[in-house]
Ligand binder design. Sequence first.
Ligand SMILES: NC(=O)c1ccc[n+]([C@@H]2O[C@H](COP(=O)([O-])OP(=O)(O)OC[C@H]3O[C@@H](n4cnc5c(N)ncnc54)[C@H](O)[C@@H]3O)[C@@H](O)[C@H]2O)c1
Length: 338
Amino acid sequence: MKEIKVAMLGFGGIAKSHKRAYELFEKEGTPIKLVAICDIDPEQFTKVQEINLGAAHPYSMDGIATYTDLNEMLSREDFEMVDICLPSYLHKEYTIRMLEAGKHVMCEKPMALCEADCKEMIEAAQKHGKKLMIGQCLRFEPQYLYLKKLIDNNTFGKVRYVNMSRISALPLWGFERWFQDTERSGGCAMDLHIHDVDMIRFLFGEPESVSAVAVDSITRWQYINSRFFYDGFVAEATGSWLEPQGHPFKAGYRVNFEHATVVLEGSEITVYSEDGSSYKAEYGKANRMAEEIRLLAKTITEPDAVNTVNTPESAASTVALVEALRRSADLCGAKIDL
Ligand SMILES: NC(=O)c1ccc[n+]([C@@H]2O[C@H](COP(=O)([O-])OP(=O)(O)OC[C@H]3O[C@@H](n4cnc5c(N)ncnc54)[C@H](O)[C@@H]3O)[C@@H](O)[C@H]2O)c1
């Protein structure tokens, strides 16, 4: 693969996990090189930030140019791809700006805060002939790919119900308290719950209808319980930012098939078989952020490589589905046909 140079935009909580991916590339000898980072807060270049996924690892900034001014970074640095880890309300503006500047874009989830904005981002990528990928990173997580394989291979027969959850306290670490402001974060529904909404679409396609109930607190939709109606089964997912501070981040799934129940709890997947036995599944390990960046880089450097896993069109549909779920919650759980 031809070398690809990357700059990051925003170096807060999640960006430090992305940084780990670039360190992995360097260790492996994969030619995807982080050359510069821009964040308007220079303290972020040395900060060890605790987020709900844990504290940032110790990292080195050796060989990486740092900027607090994007225009200066654009004029001084030579890079083809930008990795946007800005707060969600800035995704549309900066994605379009970077595409206009001739860069390929990896942008964190949610793609934007409404479907209309997502469409503008897709149009900008098409207009400027650049690649765009959204960090719906569970699509690259082995714990979920294991489940996808069981479903695609019909290993345990038909799915009868699905239950997913993603639960934490309200994030307090963000830039200017943006997570606490529904206008800037979209609430737990658009920020955290969106991972399970996207995964349900990834596994099963579009539902026929959806419904949701929610609890508002500091933000709107700070707790949301959603149902996705498919032909023959129902999937359910819960997202919460309503837990007390100190409550650990917890995420997992329970999927009931005709011949087994498969449960992800913590980092352990247990398969409960219909004969009464159970076993821990082997699912391999991968850095999901590294895998998404690797795929985008491949589609940039190899003319025949296509991103079929995680298209921007699909990320936009996931945002639209979250909007439908929030509408249902605002109507006390009314069923919305899609
Ligand atoms: N994939 C995941 O699992 C996951 C997990 C957490 C967060 N996220 C997403 O990542 C994004 C960032 O979240 P976070 O937790 O890192 O937020 P954060 O507030 O910790 O980080 C944002 C950073 O952007 C910087 N910034 C703000 N405005 C800027 C500007 N105009 N130019 C340059 N820098 C600017 C801030 O100083 C801050 O360092 C959000 O969209 C969030 O939803 C994804």
